[in-house]
Design a protein around this ligand. Structure first.
Ligand SMILES: Nc1nc(=O)c2c([nH]1)NC[C@@H]1CN(c3ccc(C(=O)N[C@@H](CCC(=O)O)C(=O)O)cc3)CN21
Ligand SMILES: CC(C)C(=O)C(=O)O
Length: 288
């Protein structure tokens, strides 16, 4: 490969990992990360500017999650968001990236009915938004839905463990796969790998189960609230950057205090306006 097919987002060519970093992340690169024992990061994104920031920061995968229902629309559940709504966010994220792999969730109700419905919805995300892969909450019984989408040429990330679209069936936001239930999660993961999923996202399960899963699977795993043994980790960006002032799940680590930063800036702007110190002369236009 020629030199310009590489970028060095982690700090220059002296960094071996960066020197080997591809220009555009594809699903086979995530497989290579797993095969070589290298971890990778995923963050959610819902608009072009944040997507561009994360892309340039070297985040390998951006997820246009149905968590948009919560953090973009103020809903308490992910069930309400529609395909047409999530398509707008997905298209915006695609417009903001050069390098990150963009994965879009399929919204609740848009893929559970039949494998055919799953293919038709996934095709819309590929065609109308231009995403690179889709994510589906799935288990062993819905592996045929995943297989149908994969057979249509669309990469699928399978989401197992706690699957928020099933919150009412699962009895709320609860850790999955404890004790004897671990076997079902492993069985789901193996079925979805066999169906052709390129990656398994596992949410809110005990850390030991994630270690067992990552060892049992050929394909990479991405964890959220699932310990440290997965190949990758994902967080919702508003949680991670401290914009969300709701109750945060225990698995969130806050890396910044954006809500404070933005509040301070808003106060300063308002004060300047009220006191008449903004705009200054330098922000205006001369008569000639
Ligand atoms: N802002 C946001 N962050 C997320 O991580 C997220 C969303 N939205 N929306 C979609 C799903 C739903 N997720 C969630 C949301 C809440 C909990 C939660 O409240 N967990 C509690 C209880 C866990 C237990 O003890 O069983 C916790 O304290 O972690 C977990 C997962 C993860 N996803
Ligand atoms: C929390 C992540 C994994 C997700 O599914 C979403 O953002 O919708």
């Amino acid at each position: 490969m020629s030199n310009d097919e590489h970028t060095a987002p982690y700090g220059g060519p002296q960094n071996d990992a960066a020197a080997k970093t591809p220009k555009r992340i594809r699903t086979h690169h995530l497989q290579r990360f797993k095969d070589e024992g290298q971890k990778f990061a995923m963050l959610t994104a819902y608009d072009a500017m944040m997507a561009n920031v994360f892309d340039e920061a070297g985040i390998e995968v951006l997820l246009v999650g149905d968590s948009a229902a919560n953090v973009m629309q103020g809903s308490s559940s992910t069930l309400s968001i529609t395909v047409d709504e999530l398509l707008v966010y997905a298209k915006s994220v695609v417009n903001g990236v050069h390098r990150s792999l963009v994965v879009a969730d399929l919204p609740f109700g848009s893929y559970q009915v039949s494998p055919e419905q799953a293919v038709l919805t996934a095709v819309r995300f590929m065609k109308e938004a231009g995403v690179h892969a889709v994510k589906m909450e799935a288990h062993a019984a819905t592996a045929p839905h995943v297989k149908a989408v994969v057979d249509a040429g669309i990469p699928v990330m399978a989401h197992i463990g706690f699957t928020p679209q099933s919150e009412h069936q699962l009895g709320g936001f609860r850790v999955q796969g404890r004790g004897e239930h671990a076997e079902k999660v492993i069985d789901d993961a193996l079925s979805l790998q066999s169906a052709g999923a390129f990656c398994v996202l596992v949410e809110m399960v005990p850390a030991q189960l994630t270690a067992d899963l990552d060892a049992a699977l050929r394909i990479p795993t991405i964890g959220i609230g699932a310990g440290n043994a997965s190949t990758g980790q994902v967080l919702v960006w508003q949680d991670m950057l401290g914009l969300n002032n709701g109750r945060l799940p225990r698995f969130v680590k806050q890396y910044a205090e954006l809500r404070r930063t933005i509040t301070d800036a808003a106060h300063s702007f308002r004060r300047d306006v009220v006191e008449g110190t903004f705009p200054g002369e330098e922000h205006g236009f001369s008569a000639e």
